[in-house]
Design a protein around this ligand. Structure first.
Ligand code: FCB
Length: 449
């Protein structure tokens, strides 16, 4: 059956991020980011690739904007590389770096595509990491300065600003387990990176408001938690994981303060916590936002830890009984419906309108001699998830748009070039772009609306 109708004005889009597609790492005065450093360390990236060239979007953006126009999308979510704007993370703007995004934004507007800019999609200037990165409170203030510079140039044309992308993933994989840059392995010692990112978000919201009249929000990653077991310990473990993944970055944004159990709530604050969360911080973090960006890929199975005295109060258990993507992620469209209705139930009138800022899947797509690139699993994945969004809208959740991750196959972080998420296939040797069958499917879906 065809997809049901979405509300009038619903936004159809695609998403990318700077380090994953741009390449051009030495172009026009760009400084080094933590991902340049990390990707060049032996053993960090599964196939030994880096983002040095990636999709070479920095030089091929016009071709990529034409691909977007061919889709008929209403909006494009990209990210701005902080080290292009401030090569060392502080000080005046590098005009040549701003010029690139200026050209991109104008090219989008010429094709009637609304520019949606994310300020931080994980490529922190290396110079800021050298003084502690997001473990250092000062980085929050540096982020607000950068936001002001970006909006000072682009604030008249970017239609939606998103401060941070998935601060939960950046904290856990970047500072907790070390699978992402900057590669630190602090486990719960990573929690200051949560507070400082949130503080940076709040300070950046204020800086953006001073430079643009466009709506402002954040893009969070959510994953409904499925307890694997019915014992009290399993349920407690599931609640602990839920607080970390789904509430740590949303409760304080929406004025609820920090969830208990992470050492950030004043009631449980140990020595040092008071210095971390200072008077006034929670009010800064809770500055009103216009949009909550929701990134969804899959739910998470959680059980009580096998070692009760181990370092983590939960254990991840793979969910079985679902189809799986090439990333081995389970395909669970109803998880998206569940998370949207949970957000509504949890935050009620405090929940701003939602945009699905990322949703998509990796498959081992190949280009056939003359017959393009068929990716029926991706079409099934997107169709299923859009139906889940539609059910949530019918149930009263205010969802205003949907962005497919991603326009292009790209540099998938620690997975390098091995995980293809694009509607468009990219041959990384020749840089030839080949629209997949999901591209035609999405184009037709948009044109019927
Ligand atoms: C999200 C990231 C995005 C991409 C997808 C697959 O967590 O925001 O950059 O890696 O996952």
């Amino acid at each position: 059956t065809p997809l049901p109708a979405f509300p009038p004005g619903f936004t159809w889009g695609v998403a990318t991020s700077s380090y994953q597609i741009e390449g051009g790492v030495d172009a026009d005065g760009r400084g080094r980011s933590i991902w340049d450093t990390f990707a060049h360390q032996p053993g960090r990236i599964i196939d030994g690739t880096t983002g040095d060239v990636a999709c070479d979007h920095y030089h091929r953006y016009a071709e990529d904007v034409a691909l977007m126009a061919g889709l008929g999308i209403g909006a494009y979510r990209f990210s701005i590389a902080w080290p292009r704007i401030q090569p060392a993370g502080t000080g005046p703007a590098e005009p040549a770096g701003l010029d690139f995004y200026d050209r991109l934004v104008d090219a989008l507007l010429e094709r009637d595509v609304d520019p949606v800019a994310t300020l931080f999609h994980w490529d922190l200037p290396q110079a800021l990491e050298d003084v502690g990165g997001w473990l250092n409170r000062d980085t929050a203030h540096r982020f607000a300065d950068y936001a002001e510079l970006a909006a000072g140039r682009l604030g008249d044309r970017v239609k939606l600003w998103l401060t941070l992308n998935e601060p939960f993933i950046h904290m856990t994989l970047g500072y907790g387990t070390g699978e992402h840059a900057p590669g630190r392995t602090l486990l719960f010692g990573a929690v200051p990176a949560a507070h400082h990112q949130l503080l940076g978000h709040g300070l950046a919201v204020a800086a953006l408001r001073a430079r643009t009249g466009s709506p402002v929000g954040i893009a969070n990653n959510y994953s409904p938690v499925r307890p694997q077991g019915t014992g009290e310990a399993d349920l407690a473990a599931a609640a602990a994981y839920d607080a970390l993944h789904n509430r740590l970055f949303t409760d304080p944004l929406l004025g609820r303060g920090y969830p208990v159990g992470l050492g950030l709530d004043p009631a449980e604050a140990g020595a040092g916590a008071a210095d971390l969360v200072r008077d006034g911080d929670l009010a800064v973090i809770a500055a009103p936002i216009d949009v909550l960006g929701v990134n969804y890929y899959n739910p998470t199975g959680i059980a009580a830890p096998a070692e009760p005295d181990g370092p983590l109060p939960f254990e991840m258990v793979p969910l079985t009984g679902y189809p799986r993507t090439a990333f081995d992620w389970p395909v669970v469209p109803e998880g998206l419906h569940e998370l949207l209705t949970t957000l509504r139930d949890r935050y009620g009138a405090d929940l701003p309108p939602i945009q699905i800022t990322e949703n998509g899947c990796a498959y081992d797509d190949t280009v056939a001699a003359d017959d393009g690139c068929a990716d029926p699993e991706r079409i099934a994945y997107l169709d299923g998830h859009l139906r889940a969004v539609h059910r949530a809208v019918a149930d009263g959740v205010d969802v205003r748009g949907y962005f497919v991750w991603s326009l292009l196959d790209n540099f998938e972080w620690a997975e390098g070039q091995t995980k293809r998420f694009g509607l468009v296939h990219v041959d990384f040797d020749s840089q030839v772009r080949t629209p997949k069958s999901s591209y035609a499917w999405y184009r037709d879906l948009i044109s019927r609306r």
